[in-house]
Write a protein that binds this ligand. Structure first.
Ligand SMILES: [Zn+2]
Length: 400
């Protein structure tokens, strides 16, 4: 049942009083649910609103030739606050369906709500504590979150932030350089994230990694005295701002487009930078951080390194050393799988072929389900992993 509440008259006469009385008491039943996406990163296509059942059915809007309806972030209001809100997603592909979705009253602190997954739909019960609630299929980490974070670290003398690339809209793709001052660094470590815009877990790994590097710990001072860190926290800024998935987009998937000529200027700019800086500092590592599809059940994919190397090769041994050091620090082991076949060149293919002095490169996947130690992944866990990764650099290669 739903009907439009008539406009209130400007002067209340005696004859309107029964109407007011009815409207006042009828309000909870006649809730008018609204779904909004007109903000940074917002994305939802409304399939159904059922005020009586306090239910909304939504999917992701496929903007700009997107192929995967996997990025949802919206604000819902007007629901009946006396019972939970039901958010329903159609099951187009099980891989798109998160085992838990995320909700927030203030779009700052996010909680998880588990899915009840059927054949055709998945349902999430969202508590209705405020007048409105944000719903998302991932932990949101928007471009403005990155810019706010960069403003905080920019005051540190060890940090240099430059524009790797500039979008047509004048929005920059930032690159962060971290190095100890008054040191003669010999090495460089290269880290990139968000080649696939919807994959937000890596953004928290990156913050944890940078926070650890800037912690002032003597071991970290020693590390950045020897090694310069170049970090691009968000490669596909445009798709992140537009709330798109990014994966398999036109004119090319970011991480299948590291061919000789790339359609994406951020890739071209990154490659130019890595080539030129590698003449000054020996590139000892390149890591490209991703997360899997939110509905991927494979336990391994939740914490995985994709490797190009056979274990007998020098780069294979270097990567083994890094990952075994990381395992020791974390107290649980990463899965290692051979790199998948892809139509176009991925970042690690390009780096591996073009950067002669490279010690190792790999793709890291950080998922949503349990870590190997049984704890659920969450934003704290992602940040801790970033800290452990830079600690692992200390035991390896030129940093020993
Ligand atoms: Zn990815």
């Amino acid at each position: 049942m739903s009907y439009k509440i008539p406009l209130m008259p400007s002067t209340t006469s005696r004859s309107f009083l029964p109407v007011i009385f009815i409207l006042f008491f009828a309000q909870p039943v006649c809730a008018q649910i609204r779904i909004e996406t007109g903000f940074e990163g917002g994305n939802a296509r409304v399939l159904q609103i059922n005020n009586r059942l306090n239910l909304v059915k939504i999917t992701s809007e496929l903007k700009a030739g997107e192929k995967h309806p996997v990025a949802i972030l919206c604000r819902i209001s007007g629901f009946d606050r006396k019972r939970p809100l039901k958010v329903v997603l159609p099951v187009i592909d099980r891989l798109y369906i998160p085992f838990s979705a995320f909700y927030s009253v203030d779009a700052v602190r996010w909680e998880k709500t588990p899915a009840t997954i059927g054949k055709r739909t998945a349902e999430y019960l969202v508590p209705t504590e405020g007048q409105r609630v944000y719903f998302s299929t991932h932990y949101p980490y928007r471009y403005s979150d990155l810019e706010n974070y960069l403003r905080k670290i920019a005051v540190n003398e060890k940090v240099g932030i430059s524009d790797l690339d500039m979008l047509e809209t004048g929005i920059r793709v930032p690159m962060v350089r971290i190095a100890g001052v008054n040191h003669e660094q010999q090495y460089a470590a290269w880290i990139i994230a968000r080649q696939h815009a919807f994959e937000s877990n890596p953004s928290f790994v990156v913050e944890g990694l940078i926070d650890k590097l800037l912690s002032g710990d003597p071991e970290m001072e020693q590390l950045i005295g020897k090694t310069v860190f170049y970090i691009v926290p968000m490669m596909d800024v445009k798709a992140v701002i537009e709330g798109r998935a990014g994966k398999d987009q036109e004119p090319g998937d970011f991480n299948r487009d590291w061919n000789r000529v790339s359609a994406w200027s951020a890739i071209t700019a990154f490659r130019g930078k890595m080539r030129s800086e590698s003449k000054k500092y020996r590139a000892n590592a390149f890591i490209d951080i991703h997360n899997p599809w939110p509905g991927n059940k494979d336990a391994c994919i939740n914490y995985l390194a994709f490797s190009l190397y056979s274990s007998g090769s020098q780069r294979g041994r270097n990567l083994d050393l890094f990952l075994s050091t990381l395992n020791g620090i974390c107290g649980f082991d990463i899965c290692i799988r051979p790199m998948f076949d892809s139509k176009g060149k991925t970042s690690i293919h390009w780096v591996n072929e073009e950067i002669d002095a490279l010690d190792f490169a790999f793709i890291l996947e950080v998922g949503f389900l349990k870590r190997p130690d049984g704890r659920d992944w969450d934003t704290l866990g992602y940040r801790e992993l970033g800290g452990s990764m830079v600690n692992a650099f200390r035991g390896c290669l030129g940093n020993r």
